[in-house]
Design a binder for this molecule. Structure first.
Ligand code: FAD
Ligand code: SF4
Length: 335
């Protein structure tokens, strides 16, 4: 590991300021991703600004912002605390399921919500500094595009990068129309709709998201919804633990008798950002909740998939995962 300066921030403003004056500094939260990347020589910040002392661990309802029943979770709340919070378990069980599908208990105890959003891809070429990678070193090429790309994208990839975003939590958050609250130097705040937070690779795969250097994730807000009774997160992976999704699906239904009033579907393991399955949603609104319609919705979504040489199986897997997640959601969210 290369030498780096360690600094600790006491409030949001000084944290942003410390990054603003050093373009090669990074925030340190739970450290479960950034420290691994530094040990592998993939990330090379010359300063880490420890933000764990900031008071950003709230989980509170935000009746003043969202009509009666939305929730605000802190950027520094631990993944474990977020998943197990009674408000989240009761009102947003999709988020609980998605978080608990990720990593391991020990890692979730350290990992923060802000860190989860900003964790980097698990593309093996990104981690291997002997291989070309436009995300790690822009302009060097993409080892995965013509290489072993079984784990890679089937939607939204570019010639410069075919990586996928690794988070489970983010798949639930994009399905739930979450909003990311960020703060920059001088206390300037902005809100980014979750669907616009992460980026597709295009010709700048080195940028995972639309956060500006120095901005800190202070909170994630989720508006009230009527999905609690009928939501389900399904993760398909090579191993039951310590494995990232081959394909995952977050599905949420608002039903009136058997009719679909509202539906949210998002996928993980298929794109550079958590993928909102808008074609499938469009097909299902107003229809009867049943397997035949779920299958047609899955077909509609997968029509636009562009698999690579080694991940053609993800198209059929994605269809089946959408149908199964929706069926589980319809049946009350049981796995
Ligand atoms: C073995 C292993 C298995 C895993 N499996 C899964 C899995 O199956 N599913 C899954 O979703 N995840 C998985 N993870 C990833 C894990 O969820 C992330 O490492 C974790 O969420 C990162 O959070 P952190 O607080 O430790 O972030 P850190 O490592 O501290 O930071 C990560 C990045 O986020 C930035 N950052 C952190 N907080 C903020 C903030 N508030 N504002 C702005 N920037 C910030 C940091 O500067 C850094 O760039 C796994 C990790 C490991 C090590
Ligand atoms: S897919 Fe992206 S992260 Fe992986 S090698 Fe190609 S450029 Fe790098």
């Amino acid at each position: 590991m290369r030498p780096f300066k360690y600094s600790a921030a006491n409030d949001n403003n000084s944290a942003s300021q410390m990054l603003a004056v050093n373009t090669n500094a990074k925030f340190l939260a739970g450290g479960t991703n950034i420290l691994d990347l530094m040990k592998e020589d993939v990330e090379r910040p010359d300063e880490l600004v420890d933000i764990t002392r900031l008071k950003l661990t709230q989980i509170k309802t935000i009746t003043e912002i969202v009509n009666n029943g939305g929730v605000s979770i802190g950027g520094l709340s631990k993944n474990t605390d977020t998943a197990n919070d009674p408000i989240i378990r009761q009102n947003f069980p999709l988020l609980t399921q998605a978080i608990l599908a990720g990593a391991s208990a020990q890692i979730r105890n350290m990992a923060t919500n802000g860190g989860n959003l900003n964790q980097r891809t698990r593309c093996s070429y990104f981690y291997d500094t002997a291989m070309p990678c436009n995300k790690r070193e822009p302009g060097t090429g993409c080892g995965a595009r013509e290489g072993i790309n079984r784990m890679h994208a089937i939607f939204g990839w570019s010639k410069d990068c075919v990586a996928v975003h690794p988070s489970d939590m983010c798949v639930a958050l994009v399905a739930l129309d979450a909003v990311v609250k960020v703060q920059a130097t001088g206390g300037i705040e902005r809100s980014i709709p979750f669907a616009d937070y992460h980026r597709l690779p295009s010709d700048t795969p080195q940028k995972d998201n639309n956060l500006i250097h120095g901005e800190i994730i202070t909170a994630i807000e989720i508006p009230k919804n009527n999905f609690a009774a009928n939501s389900s997160y399904l993760k398909v992976r090579d191993r039951a633990s310590y494995a990232f999704a081959l394909v995952s699906v977050a599905a949420a239904l608002e039903l009136n008798a058997n009719q679909i009033m509202q539906v949210r579907i998002a996928m993980g393991g298929v794109a550079h950002k958590p993928w909102r399955a808008l074609e499938a949603e469009k097909f299902l609104v107003g229809k009867t909740a049943n397997e035949a319609n779920f299958k047609q919705a899955a077909e509609a979504e997968m029509l636009n998939a562009k698999p690579l040489e080694h991940n053609k199986f993800k198209v059929e897997l994605g269809k089946r995962a959408i149908v199964r997640a929706l069926t589980q959601a319809m049946n009350g969210g049981t796995n």
